[in-house]
Design a binder for this molecule. Structure first.
Ligand SMILES: Cc1ncc(COP(=O)(O)O)c(C=O)c1O
Length: 410
């Protein structure tokens, strides 16, 4: 009896402690599983089985950073003055370089206090909601989209995500007329788009700015792929639109432009009040990107001598365009309907079946792609290919897919 009571006491105490110490917050429980972690796990298992896996799933460039980045990194990291804390909003020379780049690239005037350095644009996209979204505020989130708008930004800040369907028949643009702006505090837009690779013109951006201004909505414009464009297309900035600075903040990243995903450096530009709200949040959470990384990124941005991309970027984009052609031509010859995207390093394929089943089938042949459902309900029946493998591997992946669907490709 005594033993039984002792056991029960210890057992219950342990359960209470576990509950008290380890239960995650409700907002964390509301998060859907992080898709890429699931994919990485499945890929790891395949590799452990000795499968020669071709990974076309995660958007991490295989191309190296340009020499300007590597040279600057050696020099700036070796400078002992570059190892102290930075300022919450970023180094003045970095913000100056960003402002000069915006002027050169988009002919947009921004001052230093309209710029903030970020530890990657993912961090900024999540923290902007922390600065402005109250519990119960609605946030318009494209569906499908980069998962951070829905999860890191909205759910983790107790906001309510309201999906904006991106349909193929609308060029993967949201129908702004159909949206109910009631209780909406913030909206996210992203073009060139991940995962659909859709692009927009300034007419659409003008419409979006008008919508945000009329309804007093904060417009977060994610332009992470502005520099990855092909066939003469140049992605615009939302800040080129009259009145955009009243409501908008634009996010750029060195991750894809300069192949610096692991260096964690990006920036946001736009409405001063929005930038300072973001800086206020960040000053309580992080101390900004390392000074030497900001100096490196400044030098990389300074490699733009006009609105045209520097030579290394032209070369990178030719490589992506060649891979895109290899993949899309082969998918079309297998009977799939697939357009050649004008931007990003993604190909968004309507697989006309369950995206998880299709991706699982491809994985069984050693080709990893991302099932569209992971980007939102309207991503179902699509899969995303990342063009982040050499051409020969994409040719090999195409052959494996052709074998699965019973076609022959060269
Ligand atoms: C649309 C989009 N925005 C932002 C990011 C985040 O990039 P980073 O945090 O490396 O700047 C990504 C990364 O894949 C992305 O696809």
């Amino acid at each position: 009896m005594v033993l039984q009571r002792k056991f029960l006491k210890e057992h219950c105490l342990r359960r209470v402690c576990e509950k008290k110490m380890f239960e995650v917050a409700d907002r964390v429980k509301r998060l859907p599983p992080y898709l890429f972690a699931e994919i990485e796990k499945a890929m790891k298992e395949k590799k452990a089985q000795g499968v020669d896996l071709i990974s076309l799933s995660i958007g991490d460039p295989d191309l190296p950073p340009p020499p300007v980045v590597i040279d600057a990194l050696k020099e700036e990291a070796a400078n002992l003055k570059n190892h102290n804390y930075s300022l919450s909003q970023g180094e003045p020379d970095f913000r100056e370089a960003v402002a000069a780049w915006c002027k050169k690239r988009f002919r947009v005037d921004v001052s230093q206090d309209e710029v903030i350095a970020l530890l990657g644009s993912k961090e900024g996209l999540a923290n902007i909601a922390r600065a402005f979204v109250n519990a119960g505020d609605c946030v318009l989130v494209p569906d499908p989209s980069y998962p951070v708008y829905n999860n890191g930004s909205t759910i983790l800040n107790d906001g309510i995500p309201v999906p904006m369907p991106l349909l193929q028949e609308n060029g993967f643009k949201p129908d702004l007329e159909a949206l109910n702006p009631e209780k909406v505090k913030m909206m996210f837009l992203n073009y060139p788009n991940n995962p659909t690779s859709a692009t927009v013109d300034k007419k659409f951006l003008k419409h979006a700015v008008e919508f945000a201004r009329e309804n007093n909505i904060i417009l977060c414009y994610d332009n992470a792929y502005s520099e990855i464009t092909f066939d003469g297309y140049r992605a615009p900035s939302i800040l080129e639109i009259d009145g955009a600075k009243d409501v908008a903040v634009e996010f750029h990243s060195c991750s894809k432009t300069f192949n610096m995903t692991g260096d964690r450096i990006a920036f946001a530009v736009g409405n001063k009040q929005l930038i300072s709200g973001l800086a206020k949040v960040k000053s309580q959470i992080d101390s900004g990107p390392p000074v030497y990384i900001q100096k490196v990124a400044a030098k990389a941005l300074e490699s733009y001598k006009s609105d045209k991309p520097p030579d290394f970027l032209k070369k990178n984009n030719r490589t992506y365009a060649e891979r895109r052609d290899v993949l899309v031509d082969r998918l079309c010859s297998m009977g799939f309907m697939c357009d050649k995207p004008k931007a990003t390093f993604y190909v968004w394929l309507n697989c006309k079946s369950s995206s998880i089943e299709f991706a699982t089938k491809l994985l069984s042949a050693g080709v990893a792609v991302t099932p569209g459902i992971g980007f939102g309900e309207h991503g179902e029946n699509y899969v995303r290919f990342s063009l982040t493998q050499p051409k020969e591997r994409i040719v090999e992946a195409s052959k494996r897919i052709a074998a699965l669907v019973g076609c022959a490709v060269s």
